[in-house]
Design a protein around this ligand. Sequence first.
Ligand SMILES: Nc1ncnc2c1ncn2[C@@H]1O[C@@H]2COP(=O)(O)O[C@H]2[C@H]1O
Length: 688
Amino acid sequence: MVFETLYFLRKHTVHPATPVRRPPQAKDTWCTPVSTPVHTTITKTRSNIETKSELQDVQNKERDLSQLQKIQLFSPSPPPAYKSENDITQADTELKEFKPPSSNENSPDIPPVSEDKLDAIIETPQSPVPTSPSYHQKCQRFAQWSAIRDLFVPIDPQGPHYISWLFIMTISYSYNAWCIVLRATFPYQTPSNTSIWMACDYVSDVMYLLDTVFVKPRLMFLHEGFWVDDLTETRKNYRKKSQYKFDVISLLPLDLLYLYFGTNKVILRFPRLLKLQTFWEFHQAIDRVLASPYVVRIGKMLFYIFYLIHLNACAYYAMSDYIGLGSNGWVYDNQGSAYIRCFYFATKTATSIGKNPKPENTIEYLFMTAAWLMGVFVFAILIGQIRDIIATATRTRTEYRKTLDGSRSYLRRLNMPVTLQRRVASWYDYTWSKQRCFDEPRILNSLPSNMKRDVALEVHMTTLSKVQLFRDCSDSLLRDLVLQLRPVCFLPGDVVVRRGEVGHQMYIISSGECCVMSQDEKEVLATLQEGSVFGEISLLGIDGLRRRTATVRARGYASLFALSKSDLDAALKHHKQAAQVLRIRADQIIRENAARQAKQRMIRLEAKKSVSIHEDESIVRRRLSNTSSASNLTLEGARRQRSASALSKRRLSAVSESGVVDQGQAATLAVTCDRARTPLPTIVLSGD
Ligand SMILES: Nc1ncnc2c1ncn2[C@@H]1O[C@@H]2COP(=O)(O)O[C@H]2[C@H]1O
């Protein structure tokens, strides 16, 4: 039963070697589903076998299927080939009796995939080409040294430990590449140090052997977007490659001929130089994983340049030795360090710098011509490539500088105020420090839409995960919106939206803070932080509010995502829940703002009212004192009194209109008015 289970799992998974431990991670969507249509087809076909022709049909289908499985599923143990009718009937019975293993019986480690989980898996954004399993910690064990040591575990070619192994191999290769030629030409291998050289040789040979026999055959590979980790398949895949042939030839034990030619015939180790592909593989791998791969690329070019000069130096010494050291003015004169002198000569000829000794015979002329040609073509190409690599590495920065300089000179030409120029410059600085590029949309647009979405999700995830709106709504809304978000930067004090303007965009704060200002812009109504959303009210058009309800300013530097009205509308059309959340929030803000405004109005009126009451009191008091001091009231006095009481009446009626006078104040007013003998105005008490 266990074998049946394993067979079942092997047949229906792409990673037959690891089906049981496969964690059900959302990012694993690129794996073959647990059950495949292939299985269904077999079951149905077999349950209907009745006639001989049907049996033959089944036979044919079986053949096709076994082919298919070989191609698609890489089953290490292919399904049995049914040859006779009996076989087929037997197989049919087997299949009928076969019960798919339940998760709790035979494969306790396999967690049952719930429908929700499945939905989540299907919903998970995925790239068309999966990254290596180690990246998603799917096959974490492959990324451990044990994977290199354990002979039955496939190796992840993008894992850090395989790259470390490639580094070791590159050192071994470089040792052979430099030292074989050096020892074959220069007299650096002497009887006293032969044992050291030989020890180094055989250490590198052991590395070569381990690589060819134990490491390379276990390397997982991508097949039609699936990582194949079946060891039989990985082995087959390695053997199909030309690299395998070179690796085997590079291991040829020609050193055995030392027994005949002597240990000084180091050139017998020449096949070791054929393992060049491992050297390239290392550089490709490191190029992929390093944040700034330019250093590695330049390093590789320098390696080629120095290696060519090294070969040149070795050839020069070999020729000098052949012609006779110091026998003429061109050859090496056997003075000083042989290698340094020859390397110096080779550098001079290869780069055509400096005065070279004149060749004196044909062979020397030929050598010099070859050296110069190599200098002109090969070195020119290599140096040109280094220039290109550096230019590519600094291209974005150069473009940034160019844009900045262009805008500065433009503003200067227009005689813009210095403060504005400074603002523009600091905007450039800030945008550059935040984004490191100005053409993010162009870079994203070069990707397929799925991948673009994945990248955008990954890049903006930290911010988006803080947005309450997205937390409350479905993931699909997030995926619909993420590509429409446009990053924008604002400087301290910049107005992001202005009260009264028509709204075209809403904003999500990615970093920094924004202040919602009161109507008179003297008070901060709310300080919005990372993950906050604003500017949505005018987009939603609630109760005809199509204009901004408040001014929002950036407090310090602020990075925001802008979302246009059309994109928001398009997304909300399909996500009613999100629309509802936004509306509720907008309603709440509108109500809060209205309440705040009403309160402010009341406060203002109260302040006005208390001022007017004080004024009235003082006027009435003045009048009373005038009345008592003048025993005989003149006509003029009477007129003044009348006008004063009229003013007092007018003021009081204004207060009464507001309806917010408290009882104490009203009583005071009544007394003062009575004293002034003026009729009391109609006052509506707030209590009434
Ligand atoms: N009291 C408030 N608290 C928080 N945000 C607000 C407040 N008042 C207005 N806003 C936001 O400021 C935005 C200004 O533009 P909108 O009216 O489009 O949408 C508004 C709201 O998103």
